[in-house]
Write a protein that binds this ligand. Sequence first.
Ligand SMILES: Cc1cc2nc3c(=O)[nH]c(=O)nc-3n(C[C@H](O)[C@H](O)[C@H](O)COP(=O)(O)OP(=O)(O)OC[C@H]3O[C@@H](n4cnc5c(N)ncnc54)[C@H](O)[C@@H]3O)c2cc1C
Length: 233
Amino acid sequence: MDCDVVVVGAGLAGLRCARRLAEGGRSVVLVEAEDAVGGRQRTEEVDGFLLDRGFQVLNPAYPAVRRWVDLQALDLRTFGAGVLVRRAGGLVEVAHPLRHPSGAWATLRSGLIGPRAVLALARWAGPAVAAPRRVVRGPDRPRRDGLDRVGLRGPLRTEVLEPFLAGVLAEEGGETSDAFTRLLVRMFGRAGRRRAGERSRGGRRRRAGGSEQSRGPAHPAHQGTADVVVRGR
Ligand SMILES: Cc1cc2nc3c(=O)[nH]c(=O)nc-3n(C[C@H](O)[C@H](O)[C@H](O)COP(=O)(O)OP(=O)(O)OC[C@H]3O[C@@H](n4cnc5c(N)ncnc54)[C@H](O)[C@@H]3O)c2cc1C
């Protein structure tokens, strides 16, 4: 192929990679095995129904999303910050205590949270909230050992945290890096928090002097000098 770089796979990662290379002046060919771009983040039309392959939630606190995605153009809607847990007696709610103080009573009555578990959770996640860089540079271990180390046991761990993390990380054994998981939890805690200079839903966003300006439309494959080759085209 007559190009500087061939990028294989037109999922989110390949699309972004190709665009970045194209912005840097490289000629890029992006090849995709399927009949359209998007990878796991695609919507397919079947008998008139639009079916998402996955991707129900976009966390705007992810640094790469902040850097590269025009969140304003996506016109996002926020979810409540919390989880519903199915227990023997039905669904119970565990809400973010600062964002939904009115849900505190339901959370306390859920039977999932006690003072010891809250303290252990704070010991586990607190350093990632207060000093994330130190967590990145510090020692690491599998997530299950990290939770054992702070003494986080009981239903908050087994019925809330571990099932939630298993869904996000796609592994149930607790092998994922403890540091990475804590940083991920930090970002979930921050998602939906509005920052100075931002407004939601159609409001104009002015930059607060940070590094977060939108870098153009969110369809990288059609920009710059990247050519996209998909199967059958
Ligand atoms: C059910 C489900 C729900 C999810 N929900 C969320 C969510 O709510 N929020 C969230 O942030 N993330 C979610 N994710 C994860 C998210 O979808 C993925 O992390 C992301 O889409 C991965 O992008 P990627 O580019 O790394 O890989 P992929 O999207 O997997 O892209 C890889 C691409 O490479 C192509 N390819 C592979 N091999 C070749 C080859 N040899 N030649 C040519 N092409 C090739 C594939 O066809 C594919 O198009 C979900 C995932 C699933 C499956």
